[in-house]
Design a protein around this ligand. Structure first.
Ligand code: BT5
Length: 266
C-alpha cells in the first residue's frame, strides 16, 4: 500500500514527449503553477543532466519534474538536493532494487567490481529579489533497456534489476511519496535529519576524483560533513571537503556497503 501524498503531485501534467520536463516545469512555475505541480513525460528530446550533460531519455523511461516552493532561504536550497536523492533512493528500494547514493544525488546499483547508474537528479531554482520563488526538482529513472544506446555501459534500469516488467505508474506513486516525505523532513528539521539517512544509503568504498580550486584531488569517499559537503580522504589520510561541483568515480575500492534490503517488488 503506497502512502498518498499531501502536496506533491496535487497537480499533474502527463506528456508523451517534451524537450525536458525541467524546462516545462520552469515555464509553468514562471506562469504561477502551484507548489507540488508535477510534469511527467514518457520521453524527452533534450533531457539534461548537470553542467549541460545529456540525460538519455528514450520512450518508456520516467522523467519527472516537480515545482516546489519551499519556505527556505536561497542558501538552504542546494542541500535540499541530498534529501531528494534519499527520496529517489527509497522509492527505488521500495521497487525491490538495492540502490545506493553517490554524491550529490545519483542512485547507483553496485555489482561485483563496479556500479551502474539507475537514476539522476537535476535541481534548478528560480529566485526573485533574494528569495526562492520555485525549485524545479527533476528526476530521471531508467525503467527498461530499450533505447539506452551507448549509456548502457554505465547505466542500469529497473527491469534489468528486478528481472521482470515494471509498472511505471507504481514507480511514479512511490517516487512522489518518498520524495515528498524527505522534502518535508528537510524543511521541518534540516540537515541533521538528512545526513545520517544519506550515510545509511551511501555507496561505500568509492574512489573519486575532483578539482578543488584548480587542484586535482583523488580520494576515497568518506561521507558528508555537517553542512552536506562531500568529504574525500586522500592517500595522505587528509580529508578534503567538496561543497559543489562534480566528482567522478574512478573505481570502487571494495563493494562494502553491506547488504541492502529491498522492500516489496514493483
Ligand atoms: C544527472 O546528471 O544525473 C541528472 C539527470 C536528471 C534527469 C532528469 S529527467 C527529468 C528532468 N528533465 C531533465 O531534462 N533532466 C531531469 P549528471 O550527474 O550530470 O549525469 C549525466 C551523465 O549520466 C551523462 O554524462 C552520462 O554519462 C550519464 N547518463 C546519461 N543518460 C543516462 C541515463 N539515462 N541513465 C544513466 N546514466 C546516464
Amino acid at each position: 500500500m503506497i502512502k498518498k501524498t499531501t502536496w506533491l503531485g496535487s497537480q499533474r501534467i502527463d506528456l508523451e514527449s517534451c524537450s525536458s520536463t525541467n524546462d516545462e516545469a520552469a515555464r509553468l512555475a514562471r506562469a504561477g503553477a502551484s507548489h507540488g505541480t508535477v510534469v511527467i513525460s514518457e520521453s524527452q528530446t533534450a533531457g539534461r543532466g548537470r553542467d549541460g550533460r545529456v540525460w538519455r531519455s528514450p520512450p518508456g523511461g520516467l522523467y519527472l519534474s516537480a515545482i516546489v516552493r519551499p519556505p527556505l532561504a536561497i542558501a538552504a536550497v542546494p542541500p535540499m538536493t541530498l534529501a531528494i536523492g534519499i527520496g529517489a533512493c527509497d522509492a527505488i528500494r521500495a521497487c525491490g532494487v538495492g540502490g545506493v547514493l553517490k554524491w550529490p544525488n545519483d542512485v547507483l546499483v553496485e555489482y561485483e567490481g563496479g556500479a551502474k547508474k539507475l537514476a539522476g537528479v537535476l535541481v534548478e531554482s528560480q529566485s526573485q529579489a533574494g528569495r526562492v520563488d520555485a525549485v524545479i526538482v527533476g528526476i530521471g529513472i531508467n525503467v527498461s533497456e530499450v533505447g539506452m544506446g551507448e549509456v548502457s555501459t554505465v547505466a542500469t534500469n529497473l527491469e534489468r534489476e528486478v528481472g521482470e516488467p515494471v509498472e511505471r505508474e507504481l514507480v511514479i506513486q512511490r517516487l512522489l511519496a518518498h520524495v515528498e516525505r524527505w522534502i518535508d523532513r528537510y524543511t521541518a528539521i534540516g540537515l541533521s535529519a538528512v545526513i545520517p539517512a544519506w550515510h545509511e544509503r551511501m555507496a561505500h568504498g568509492l574512489v573519486a576524483r575532483t578539482t578543488i580550486d584548480g587542484e586535482l584531488v583523488i580520494g576515497e569517499v568518506a561521507g558528508l560533513d555537517p553542512d552536506g559537503s562531500l568529504m574525500l580522504r586522500d592517500d595522505q589520510g587528509k580529508v578534503r571537503r567538496i561543497h559543489s561541483g562534480d566528482v567522478e568515480v574512478l573505481r570502487p575500492t571494495a563493494i562494502g556497503s553491506g547488504p541492502v534490503a529491498p522492500a516489496n517488488a514493483c
